[in-house]
Design a protein around this ligand. Sequence first.
Ligand code: PEP
Ligand code: MN
Length: 339
Amino acid sequence: MLIVLKPDATHAQVEKVCAEVKKQGFQPHPMPGAGRTAIGITGNKGPVNPLPYEALPGVEQCIPVTKAYKLVLREMKPEGTRFKIKGTEVGGGKNFTIIAGPCSVESAKQMTAVAKFLKDQGVHILRGGAFKPRTSPYSFQGLEDEGLAILKEVGEKEKIATITEVMDTAAVEAVEASADVLQIGARNMQNFSLLKRVGKAKAPVFLKRGMSATLEEFLLAAEYVLHGGNHGVILCERGVRTFADHTRNTLDLSVVPSVQKLSHLPIFVDPSHAIGKREFVEPMAKAALACGADGLMVEVSDDPDHALSDGAQTLSFKGFERLLQELKPLATALGRKIN
Ligand code: PEP
Ligand code: MN
């Protein structure tokens, strides 16, 4: 169940409702919104009796929840989750936020060149993998701790926000100390101990859809993070496995409006990992903007043809400039703001 408070409910009234939830043996999860606060209830085994709450001052209504997930539900925050990453606002319907950078951090020189280029282009969030989840143990595994140090140094020096993947619980502390956003990769979407751990982190979490995850599994993975207390979650569609083999994965853009109907969390699209071919990144990025995604994650580097991972899907600087030129008039027509 979720308890919706009146728009003018006081902090003391919210606290009182939370105390009553605890008294009944459940956990309250207050989520302040633009217009009002909603309190999600977890820890119940069956339906929750609304009577003890309905009578409390400040309570507008109690909504029964029939879905397995609760805290990610759109009803918790009808206006949508919106937060800032180093000053760049994500979510909220108007923003179309671009996260870009190489697949892997390869050197300080490379990351500096990419950071400078992206800042010139008006992009505020730099990606780069230090710990790489590779199918083969013989493929480049990332620069690991050295990669993290490079990302931190370049982010600070070039004044650009950073995001990088964290593959296991033991690395969360180090990654959080080096980057502004924690990425959970597709292969770890259901690594429940990792989800619980990043739920305790302060940094926002960029959660990629597992390659065979249903929408419910995807939302339940996000539910773990919110349940841990971390409400700064961004979802990302990065392609799923199907019979189709003309692209690396099949980009499931229909998940964008589906997520937006059910959940208040921002949903991004990563056309690079979905498609696997740089020539198709631009049309699918445009499609992502057109269907209402909150942003993009795109791989771009200074020398994609010699990249240590995912070069075939990585845009060159010229390719990225062309992409932005294509996106800008589309964003204007749709009333969106690229940031
Ligand atoms: C990545 O973004 O670097 C990555 C490995 O993506 P995914 O987890 O979507 O495969
Ligand atoms: Mn990659």
